[in-house]
Every structure is written in structure tokens, then in C-alpha cells.
Design a binder for this molecule. Structure first.
Ligand code: FE
Ligand code: FE
Length: 189
């Protein structure tokens, strides 16, 4: 299964995206070890998370309509966010992925959600801190993540993303805010 997935991913994705995928997968597996999560599930979710990244907005929308995916209006207006939902659906239909945690991790990696599973938190953070990422503050998040404090790493990640969107006057998905607020309510700091 893994070899077929790797070959097809390499065919589907641009070279840089393929290598990003491999780095996210490695990072997610490391985090899974540090956080007592299933390493194989982290591997599968990492490999599939950007599976639909080769599709443009029109193709994403066509896929969503064809398969009747439940996509909210904010994602419809910012269709790049839909590559997570479409990837989860392709992983399910074409690769037989049926684990709820894995599908959730892939589906929500672009918008987050309150009460994410541990696996989904790992993918969300790994996507942001994989070794080639150079955003401001990413090194501090890596250190927190590697110390095993996944919720704090998730809070730092989503706050960085929200700040970036605010600065760029871009729409912020309410899921990201709800995820952030829940972490604050739970005393993460
Ligand atoms: Fe992505
Ligand atoms: Fe990614």
C-alpha cells in the first residue's frame, strides 16, 4: 500500500509539494511518538493530507459538487481551503482509508476545529513546523512540540496563522477561532 501511495503521490503532486508531504509525514510520525499517538496513523494522514493540492479552484469545486461534500460558505469563497476536504474524500474513496481520526486529520488540516482528535492536532502542527518552514516564530513552536506539549504548539500555530490572516486582511475561518478559544478556555498558555 505504502509504495503505491508514494508512486501515485509523486505523479500527482509538484516536486516541491511531494517533498513537503514527505517532511510533514516524518514530522507527524515524530510528534506521534512524543505524544503517544499511533505512528502508523500519523504516517497515513501525513502522506494523504495534501493529496488534492494539485487541483485548481475549478477542479476542487467540481469535485465538491460531484461528490456532494459538505463545504461551508467560507471555504467556498476561499477554495484553497477545500484541498483538505477533497483529499479526505479521495483518501476514503480511492485508497479505502476508513479510520475516522485519519480522515478528520486530513479534512480539517486547513481550517482546524474545536475538539480535534490528537492525531488531527499532530497533522495540523506538523504541516506548519516541517523542517523547511521558515515563518516567524516557527522555531519556538518546534521546541514546544518536541517537548510533547501538543496543545500549546497547536495554540501557537493557530495564533500565528490568525495573525498572518489579520495582517493580510484575509478572511479567518471561524473554526480556527473556535479551536483557539477552546485551547484558551482549557488553560493552555
Ligand atoms: Fe494543505
Ligand atoms: Fe501541507
Amino acid at each position: 500500500m505504502k509504495n503505491r501511495v508514494l508512486i501515485e503521490l509523486e505523479e500527482r503532486l509538484k516536486r516541491s509539494r511531494f517533498h513537503h508531504t514527505l517532511r510533514v509525514t516524518d514530522t507527524a510520525m515524530e510528534l506521534a511518538k512524543d505524544c503517544d499517538e499511533d505512528v502508523t496513523k500519523a504516517e497515513i494522514a501525513g502522506l494523504f493530507h495534501d493529496l488534492a493540492k494539485n487541483l485548481n479552484d475549478e477542479e476542487l469545486l467540481a469535485y465538491i459538487e460531484l461528490h456532494d461534500l459538505e463545504i461551508d460558505d467560507i471555504v467556498k469563497r476561499n477554495l484553497y481551503l477545500a484541498h483538505g476536504m477533497v483529499a479526505a474524500d479521495i483518501a476514503m474513496r480511492e485508497y479505502g482509508v476508513d479510520d475516522e481520526d485519519i480522515l478528520e486529520a486530513i479534512w480539517y488540516h486547513t481550517i482546524g476545529r474545536a475538539s480535534l482528535s490528537k492525531l488531527a492536532k499532530i497533522i495540523y502542527v506538523a504541516d506548519y513546523i516541517e523542517p523547511n518552514r521558515v515563518m516567524n516564530g516557527v522555531e519556538a513552536i518546534r521546541q514546544v512540540a518536541e517537548s510533547g506539549n501538543l496543545d500549546k504548539a497547536l495554540l501557537m500555530t493557530v495564533e500565528n496563522q490568525i495573525t498572518y490572516l489579520l495582517t493580510g486582511h484575509q478572511e479567518i475561518h471561524p473554526n480556527a477561532l473556535e479551536m483557539r478559544n477552546e485551547l484558551i478556555r482549557n488553560g493552555v498558555k
